[in-house]
Write a protein that binds this ligand. Structure first.
Ligand code: ZN
Length: 334
């Protein structure tokens, strides 16, 4: 009895296997048939296959760091391929170039940099890339730089920001009016290398410039309510913004890695007394324990101001981050 059951089961199971096998085979054949039909008949598929050829005609542009990438991508739109050298979230000031950076520059038509000594890694990297057809755009060309730096309260070692003492402060992108000049420089560079897309570059640049002008108006209207707002910062990034909107970046406290000495704190306290400081500006994404303790010692509120060296790669992120900064400034300067 049990023997028969087992035989029947064996038979059934082989039958099921056969049926399964048959169904699988049929399904595969159908899929194959469908696939070959779609390859032969779809004109879209043929177009898709030839797209890489069309794309390779686009000029290749490399931008050094985030603000240069935003501005270049905004002007280029779909007309050029734009890549970024310094990954967002990586310090541009102390950046070390990678072999991928050299490769990207070696095959690029155009390189967009902020200039003013910000991209210290760039010169040797461009040399290594040995690309005779490379054109470089200095986005800060024609911009009047701030040479004198804010009084620096030297707390701890000051190796980190030595780039600012050479060709003037490089943080011009934080002033929407100067950012507009950078966008125009980038537009003209793109047109010079790729005149076929002149109309696209002009239209895209005009749209972005319009947004920058609106942003400038917003800043003017909001900040004129509280003129001469004084602040202390930890990154000498805001002299252009301050100059444009009558704010006063009165001191830059250079924060050491480990801890503040009583002398450092005393120096900062003296600056606060001397300048009647309203606010203390740290930066988002930085561990602010030292700054928090300093702000307590100084009896000042610590706010976050974004120098726009990190964030999303969407060109619209510039406006979002600048509007956040405006809100912070408005609150801090009241
Ligand atoms: Zn900086």
């Amino acid at each position: 009895m049990s023997d028969r059951v087992s035989k029947t089961n064996k038979f059934l199971s082989s039958f099921v296997s056969l049926v399964t096998l048959f169904l699988l085979t049929t399904a595969c054949n159908q899929a194959d048939t469908k696939r070959s039909v779609s390859v032969e008949q779809s004109p879209q598929a043929q177009e898709a296959a030839s797209t890489p050829k069309a794309e390779s005609k686009k000029i290749k542009v490399v931008a050094t760091f985030l603000p240069m990438y935003w501005f270049t991508q905004a002007v280029a739109g779909d007309a050029a391929d734009v890549a970024i050298l310094v990954p967002p979230g990586t310090e541009v000031h102390e950046y070390q170039a990678t072999p991928e950076n050299v490769k990207a520059i070696a095959t690029a038509n155009l390189l967009v940099k902020n200039g003013l000594g910000l991209e210290e890694f760039l010169e040797p990297t461009v040399k290594n890339a040995q690309n005779p057809k490379l054109t470089q755009i200095d986005a800060s060309k024609g911009i009047q730089t701030v040479k004198e730096i804010s009084p620096v309260v030297e707390a701890g070692n000051k190796e980190e920001h030595d780039h600012e003492h050479g060709e003037g402060n490089p943080h011009v992108w934080l002033d929407p009016v100067l950012a507009k000049q950078q966008v125009i420089n980038i537009r003209d560079g793109l047109i010079a290398v790729d005149p076929a897309n002149k109309g696209t570059y002009e239209a895209n640049a005009a749209a972005y410039v319009k947004q920058l002008e609106d942003l400038n108006n917003q800043y003017q209207q909001t900040l004129q309510k509280n003129p001469n707002c004084t602040f202390i910062t930890f990154h000498d990034a805001y002299p252009y913004l301050a100059k444009r909107y009558n704010l006063k970046q009165v001191a830059v406290v250079e924060i050491p890695e480990d801890q503040l000495t009583p002398t450092d704190v005393q120096k900062a306290v003296n600056a606060v007394k001397k300048y009647n400081v309203k606010a203390l500006f740290g930066e988002p994404g930085i561990d602010n324990k030292l700054l928090t303790s300093l702000s307590k010692d100084l009896n000042l509120t610590l706010y976050e101001l974004d120098s726009l060296e990190t964030g999303s790669t969407d060109p619209q992120h510039y406006f979002q981050a600048m509007k956040n900064n405006l809100q912070t400034l408005e609150t801090a300067c009241k």
